[in-house]
Design a protein. Structure first.
Lengths: 108, 121
């Protein structure tokens, strides 16, 4: 069992839909990161959370420390949101522990 | 704006040559930098961890003599792929970790560079 797990692995949505990507972790973490990677592109840090909720534009990230669960929400999705979304836990051990990623395709 | 930069963003070289990739933290001091490689449609694979002023720690299976890492300052780390071969063609990504100071205080933070696409002919 991976220490950081994401679901779903693949997600197809219609433009305008509300999207949720889930991340659960089985180890203690000091922070959880949500990252975005467009095809052939670099990684963009979207959020770093240690508690509660953060919002940036149409993106919202929440974390529940007790349940060891985080969600990334995209409101009013757009084709340009199509990318791979990765959650990663900071366990304090050197590098981040990555989830396997969620490949999102938003169709017009 | 970007807080970690990489240079070059892409490079094409001949087999047998060496390629140097730079990773810079732009507005914070990175006490630790990480180097990853990524093959198409696969996840990031950690290659090595470098702490400023000390030798890098390599992951199992990564040849330290082939992938030379230098972290001479708190804002710069370099990865040199020596005697590159076509199988070294990949996307190389760095991330930088350190304290970032803002008006609200300081945060232990980690940001990724945009990546460098290496193609070895």
């Amino acid at each position: 069992k991976n220490e950081v797990e994401q679901s779903p692995q693949n997600l197809t949505a219609q433009e305008g839909e509300f999207i949720t990507i889930n991340c659960s972790y089985s180890v203690g973490i000091s922070a959880l990161h949500w990252l975005q990677q467009h095809p052939g592109g670099g990684i963009v840090s979207l959020f770093m959370l240690s508690s509660g909720k953060k919002k940036h534009g149409r993106l919202i990230a929440t974390i529940n420390i007790q349940e060891k669960h985080s969600s990334l929400h995209i409101t009013a999705s757009h084709p340009r949101d199509s990318a791979v979304y990765i959650c990663a836990g900071d366990t304090g051990r050197r590098a981040l522990t990555f989830g396997s990623g969620t490949r999102l395709q938003v169709q017009p | 704006g970007a807080v970690v930069s990489q240079h070059p963003s892409w490079v094409i070289c001949k087999s047998g040559t060496s390629v140097k990739i730079e990773c810079r933290s732009l507005d914070f001091q990175a006490t630790t930098m990480f180097w990853y490689r990524q093959f198409p449609k696969q996840s990031l694979m950690l290659m090595a961890t470098s702490n400023e002023g000390s030798k890098a720690t390599y992951e199992q299976g990564v040849e330290k003599d082939k992938f030379l890492i230098n972290h001479a300052s708190l804002t710069l780390s370099t990865l040199t792929v020596t005697s590159a071969h076509p199988e070294d063609s990949s996307f190389y990504i760095c991330s930088a970790r350190g304290l970032r100071f803002t008006s609200g205080g300081s945060t232990d933070t980690q940001y990724f560079g945009p990546g460098t696409r290496l193609t070895v002919l």
